[in-house]
Design a protein around this ligand. Structure first.
Ligand SMILES: Cc1ncc(COP(=O)(O)O)c(C=O)c1O
Length: 434
């Protein structure tokens, strides 16, 4: 990967909010981490953990489709029911670190810890990671860059922080670097490191199969955005829960894969490929920042459910990386076929009344209704009468009351027949409203 200019030495302290900078490690949690790494001969009177012999659950056998059952025998079940370290259980973390390195080959993997060595932690869904990253980096009054319309969960986490969200224009290939350059042009990059500078310190984007737009960013655009991040010294938050739902191979190179400075925080999710209810995600990024996220975890959830982590870790170890990727291929085949069904039904019913771009990843089709200024009323009041429901696009805008002619249609849950009937009803609705 070629980037102009010398590799930067990042000053991570510059990015932290006062709240995050004030976090201190919990002494009890440090002991738990220590204990986790000690031999079984250690006699610990230190922890305040309860005795798992008093718990009612004894063992579990979980059937896996077409594979070996997961067996949590009594000793493992005791572990599953007990507190564990805040980074995540070691065997899951190391499996994920290996996967991350093999998928993204991050330059930061070879850095020293202070320079921003690649680190990871397990989170209770990627939403937890995002929310904690925002709290770590965004203070009231800060300028934050993102490409709206965007995931409503991101807006819900960011907006209460009182920041100023700057919308970078985007199209079906994601954020447009020329527009980002124009926006940043109002600042002098030499000011970036100065205390009190209003240059944004954070850019957030969903690079694959965006929610709600279905947009996927090209490699070239990512490189241009990364160049700008280097010039203006901001961090990139790569929220990529649809990475494993890319319909075409090879998968697009990620921001993490081009991170020569240590300025990318990446959130991954198992919600779309293993289970959404188990709540498991990962933060990957420079160690000094991931450490801060973990301090926040220590003070809130303490850790993601040990049971969940052991269950997932056993599955991944049984599968190996090859088995994992084979499973993903099956998931992708399903979503690709669902996407194709939705596209052919859209062609059949909506051609004259709407516009869209075929998504290359994810589970959403973003549809612009012709001749309709705002879809809010149409969906909330009239669509239910016709027994069809979609999400009005406005909820994904920075200002949700701005008129928006788009709707989001998910192709994850409905059958091709249901999708076809839904679009027939939607076409009727639009024609009546035009
Ligand atoms: C863009 C985006 N980020 C994050 C999330 C949160 O996912 P998780 O279930 O991993 O918390 C979602 C969920 O839909 C999403 O669409």
């Amino acid at each position: 990967m070629f980037f102009r200019g010398p590799i930067r030495s990042m000053n991570y302290a510059r990015f932290l909010t006062a709240v995050s900078a004030a976090r201190r490690p919990s002494p009890i949690r440090i002991l738990t981490e220590l204990q986790q790494r000690s031999p079984p001969s250690l006699i610990s009177l230190a922890g305040g953990a309860p005795n798992p012999n008093t718990f009612p659950f004894q063992s579990a056998t979980i059937k896996v489709k077409g594979g070996e059952a997961l067996v949590l025998d009594e000793p493992l079940m005791k572990r599953a029911l007990q507190y564990s370290g805040s980074y995540g259980i070691p065997e899951l973390l190391s499996w994920m670190k290996d996967l991350q390195k093999s998928l993204h080959n991050p330059p930061t993997a070879g850095f020293s810890p202070e320079r921003g060595q690649m680190e990871m932690c397990v989170t209770t869904g990627s939403q937890e990671g995002l929310c904690k990253i925002f709290e770590m980096l965004v203070s009231s009054g800060d300028n934050v860059l993102l490409d709206a319309p965007t995931y409503s969960g991101t807006l819900a986490a960011l907006q209460p922080l009182g920041c100023n969200l700057i919308n970078v224009p985007s199209d079906h290939h994601g954020m447009i670097p020329a527009d980002l350059r124009k926006i940043l042009g109002q600042w002098d990059p030499a000011e970036a490191q100065k205390p009190g500078s209003s240059i944004p310190r954070v850019l957030y984007t969903i690079p694959n199969g965006g929610n709600p737009t279905g947009a996927s960013m090209t490699h070239e655009r990512k490189q241009e955005v990364y160049e700008l991040a280097r010039k203006y010294d901001f961090l990139i938050i790569e929220d990529d829960p649809y990475y494993f739902l890319q319909f075409q191979k090879p998968w697009a190179p990620t921001f993490l894969s081009m991170d020569v400075d240590g300025r990318v925080l990446r959130t991954d999710s198992f919600s779309k490929i293993l289970s959404s209810g188990l709540r498991i995600g990962f933060v990957t990024g420079p160690k000094p920042l991931v450490e801060r996220v973990v301090l926040h975890i220590q003070a809130s959830t303490m850790h993601t459910s040990t049971f969940t982590q052991l269950m997932v870790s056993q599955l991944l170890h049984n599968w190996g990386p090859g088995g994992f990727l084979k499973h993903i291929d099956g998931v992708i085949d399903f979503y690709r076929s669902q996407r194709n069904s939705m596209l052919s039904s859209a062609d059949k019913w909506l051609k004259d009344v709407a516009e869209w771009h075929p998504p290359m990843a994810g589970m959403f089709l973003w549809i612009k209704l012709k001749g309709i200024k705002d879809t809010q009323q149409l969906i909330m009041e009239r669509a239910l009468e016709k027994e069809v429901l979609l999400v009005p696009g406005g909820v994904f805008n920075i200002n949700s009351s701005d008129p928006c002619p788009y709707v989001r249609a998910a192709f994850s849950l409905s059958t091709p027949q249901q999708i076809d009937e839904a679009f027939r009803r939607l076409a009727d609705l639009i024609k009546e409203a035009m």
